[in-house]
Design a protein around this ligand. Structure first.
Ligand code: CA
Length: 224
């Protein structure tokens, strides 16, 4: 995932970049609102970490312009310690979450993971094959019959649904499910995938193994 860090405090910025890079993200950094606005117009980012207090136009204005362009980029706003209401105002302007300074590395990592996990998940109930999936209500049905999924199977299903038509590697899956297990082995991933696969294949949804690469989620026309 490509991430833009907008922060004029260079010490804090370097810390955030280190954490994001360690999580496998490609990170760009800018220090002013004008630079941020320009970067967001020219490149596509999966996440923007946006400080509010910036030298020229503030983070609110950057955010307002971003949402005016109907960009769906995830935005995590950083607010000053004595300005709690700024976070709420950020949410009103279309931020996805906010953190008040100072915050811990662990807290920052958890917020970023949570934001990226929900990336591009559809709102409301959607149909995939003969499955009806409602992510908000945590309900999945096939022809009206509820299918019970464990927490990890749900996380896996959401992961596949957010990336239709793309192969997911075991490493990507392990990284995304790391909230639920500190260290998921490749064997454990295989087990979760095969359990989810057996629960949904009757609904015309297949998780195909792409040897050497990972897994591909696709719908089939086969009627069991
Ligand atoms: Ca600042």
């Amino acid at each position: 995932m490509r991430v833009l860090v907008v922060e004029d405090d260079s010490l804090l910025a370097q810390g955030l970049i280190r954490v994001l890079a360690r999580a496998g993200h490609a990170v760009d950094q800018v220090e002013t609102g004008i630079q941020a606005d320009k970067a967001l117009r020219t490149a596509s980012y999966g996440l923007v970490v946006l400080d509010i207090g910036l030298p020229d136009i503030d983070g609110f204005e950057v955010l307002r312009r971003l949402r005016l362009r109907h960009s769906a980029t995830n935005v995590l706003v950083l607010t000053a310690r004595d300005a709690v209401e700024d976070g709420v105002y950020g949410l009103d302007l279309g931020a996805d979450d906010y953190l008040t300074k100072p915050f811990s590395v662990t807290e920052f990592e958890a917020r970023v993971r949570a934001l990226l996990r929900r990336t591009s998940l559809p709102a409301g109930a959607v149909s995939v094959g003969r499955l009806t999936v409602d992510v908000e209500a945590k309900s999945v049905r096939c022809n009206g019959v509820t299918i019970d999924l464990t927490v990890r199977e749900w996380a896996l299903l959401e992961l596949f649904m957010a990336r239709p038509g793309r192969v997911l590697s075991k490493e990507q899956i392990a990284q995304q499910l790391s909230d639920y297990d500190a260290q998921l082995s490749p064997n454990a991933i295989e087990v979760y995938v095969s359990r989810l696969r057996s629960k949904i294949e009757a609904a015309g949804v297949r998780i195909r193994t792409v040897r050497g690469f990972g897994y591909l989620w696709e719908t089939t026309d086969e009627v069991p």
